[in-house]
Design a protein around this ligand. Structure first.
Ligand SMILES: Cc1cc2nc3c(=O)[nH]c(=O)nc-3n(C[C@H](O)[C@H](O)[C@H](O)COP(=O)(O)O)c2cc1C
Length: 185
């Protein structure tokens, strides 16, 4: 029997299975991917985020953030991001590249409305994230819908590495409808 990692479409489908699970399962490997961007002065920067939406048919992911956080300036300057996930149970690493659109206000009311109060607290800290403060607790959290921002990530590239008995690597591009290409690992 052919294993999922032996075929290009099997690898591609596994990536989307992981991403879908990341949205619904708190313990899934893709629940908290690393999101990398490029700072306005050209430095790579990476941070943990929570994956909120994954739509394989549109190659679309969503992440929520505070519009006052530093990553917004980075994305306004360079609207591109990479996401990284390592799934130890599957021996699978995948790296995603995406064009990013920042969404705010009315179009994302349907994402804000179901958020519990405790989750809303992540959007609206005063002073803004990254501000130097005299004491570690010199800040207040208060939900502010105007600060709620959805990062909409439209994937253009996926790089997958599977560490089985034989290591396998493949890349997938939106431009060839995700057909896939084996690469030297
Ligand atoms: C487990 C975990 C989950 C996180 N989830 C998010 C998230 O979904 N969105 C977000 O903006 N920041 C999230 N953060 C905080 C970021 O890692 C980061 O500290 C913050 O967004 C500021 O990043 P920036 O200065 O690069 O904008 C999370 C941190 C941890 C440790």
């Amino acid at each position: 029997m052919t294993e999922w990692f032996e075929a290009l479409d099997g690898l591609h489908q596994q990536v989307w299975r992981c991403l879908s699970l990341g949205v619904t399962d708190r313990d899934a490997s893709a629940r908290q991917p690393t999101l990398a961007t490029i700072s306005p002065d050209g430095w790579p920067e990476a941070r943990t985020v929570v994956l909120r939406r994954a739509v394989s048919s549109e190659a679309l992911l969503e992440v929520y953030t505070d519009s006052a956080s530093d990553k917004i300036a980075s994305l306004q300057r360079t609207p591109r991001a990479a996401l990284h996930v390592w799934d130890p149970a599957l021996d699978l690493q995948f790296r995603l590249q995406a064009n990013v659109t920042l969404m705010k206000g009315e179009p994302i009311m349907d994402r804000w409305s179901p958020l519990p109060e405790v989750a809303r607290l992540s959007y609206g800290v005063t002073p803004p994230p990254g501000t130097p403060i005299a004491d570690a607790r010199d800040y207040q959290k208060s939900p502010d819908q105007s600060r709620f921002c959805v990062l909409s990530l439209k994937l253009i590239h996926i790089d997958v590495v599977h560490l089985g008995t034989h290591h396998r690597r493949a890349s997938f591009n939106a431009t060839d409808n995700w057909a896939g290409q084996w690469l030297v690992p």
